[in-house]
Design a protein around this ligand. Structure first.
Ligand code: MRU
Length: 341
């Protein structure tokens, strides 16, 4: 395997390393990943997270296992185990489908390695294309808002929604960014804030429940979020809390964009109701844990509802920023998304 250098995934001398995102921003610790079950745990614990990134990590692990001498049958079985690690992000399933197709070839080791490397390189390119399309929408001086983490940590490249924001900043548009902290796992407060610091993007961190007030005061000009799966009709699943932002944006007439590569579109899901939503452990809502330790602030047995994602209906979306361009309501209603893959 070639050396690959992503922000959260890298390969060196044919070994695979994952930046442990649960320890950010306080510690940058790279985990050496060699086993399928280890990767499943890393994905489930969100040590590697973000729709494109989990797909990349799973496919690179399969390529590594192929180089280690696993048989074709073992690799196909491992692909099934990895596929079940998290249910919502379709990028995981798409990457594993591509790997399974590569494994059919005579030289399945070479084909698996080439396929995983290509998927990574393709995502880098798709991120740049989305960034260019999305940044063209941003006017100088705009105050943008985003949710969760959709940057280099979540993808192979510059990110999806965050890639747009990053490019607008680099183009000198003097943007300001409101970063939703993103309860319960704080991907905004821990990860997007960290990426902003690294890149010098002016930002202010807010608790999720402050977005409404900012919108009412006219302090949000445009919203960019990512997606874990986009249905054929344009409904999409993203980090829980995205739907409430979309409702707020609609009420306050603020443009609301979803940014994702075509690899996040699932033509097999006719609408958002078909998207499987991951339910997560109660402890994540009862308290918080990370590099700082853990705390439980609710009664220890508090009953909890903890969906990782919610679904935003297409009618609340101003535009879909994909790698092939920006699509608006009428085009999406006419089925343009189903023809992208
Ligand atoms: O649970 P996570 O942290 O994996 O959720 C990530 C998101 O919801 C992102 O917005 C989405 O994957 C798009 S990332 C480019």
């Amino acid at each position: 395997m070639k050396n690959i250098a992503g922000l959260s995934i890298k390969t060196e001398q044919s070994q695979l390393y994952i930046l442990d995102q649960t320890q950010l921003p306080h510690q940058q610790s790279w985990l050496h990943c060699t086993e399928v079950n280890q990767m499943v745990t890393m994905i489930q614990q969100l040590q590697v997270r973000g729709a494109p990134a989990i797909g990349m990590a799973a496919s690179l692990l399969l390529a590594y296992r192929a180089e280690q001498g696993d048989s074709r049958e073992q690799l196909l079985q491992s692909a099934e185990v990895l596929r079940a690690a998290r249910p919502t992000a379709v990028n995981l399933m798409n990457n594993l489908d591509a790997m399974a197709a590569a494994l059919v070839q005579q030289d399945y080791v070479g084909a698996a390695v080439e396929c995983a490397e290509q998927l990574f390189a393709e995502d880098v390119q798709l991120c740049l294309q989305m960034a260019a399309h999305g940044a063209a929408l941003v006017q100088p001086g705009e105050r943008l808002l985003t949710h969760c983490n959709t940057g280099g940590l979540a993808t192979a490249g510059v990110g999806t929604a965050f890639g747009v924001i990053r490019l607008a900043h680099q183009q000198g548009k003097q943007i300001q960014l409101w970063v939703d902290e993103t309860r319960p796992l704080l991907q905004g407060g821990r990860l997007t804030a960290w990426e902003c610091q690294q890149l010098g993007i002016p930002y202010q961190l807010i608790c999720d429940n402050m977005a409404a007030m900012l919108m009412a005061r006219g302090q949000v000009d445009r919203i960019f979020v990512g997606a874990d799966r986009i249905a054929a009709n344009g409904d999409f699943a993203n980090k829980v809390g995205t739907y409430s932002l979309a409702v707020l944006a609609h009420y306050h007439r603020i443009p609301f964009y979803v940014v994702a590569p075509h690899t996040t579109v699932d033509p097999g899901c006719s609408d958002g109701g078909q998207i499987p939503i991951e339910q997560r452990p109660a402890a994540e809502v009862r308290g918080v844990s990370g590099s700082f330790g853990s705390v439980c602030w609710s009664p220890e047995q508090a009953s909890v509802f903890n969906p990782a994602f919610d679904v935003t209906p297409a009618k609340l979306v101003t535009g879909w920023v994909l790698d092939s361009g920006v699509f608006e309501g009428a085009a999406v209603a006419a089925g343009v998304l189903t023809r992208l893959r």
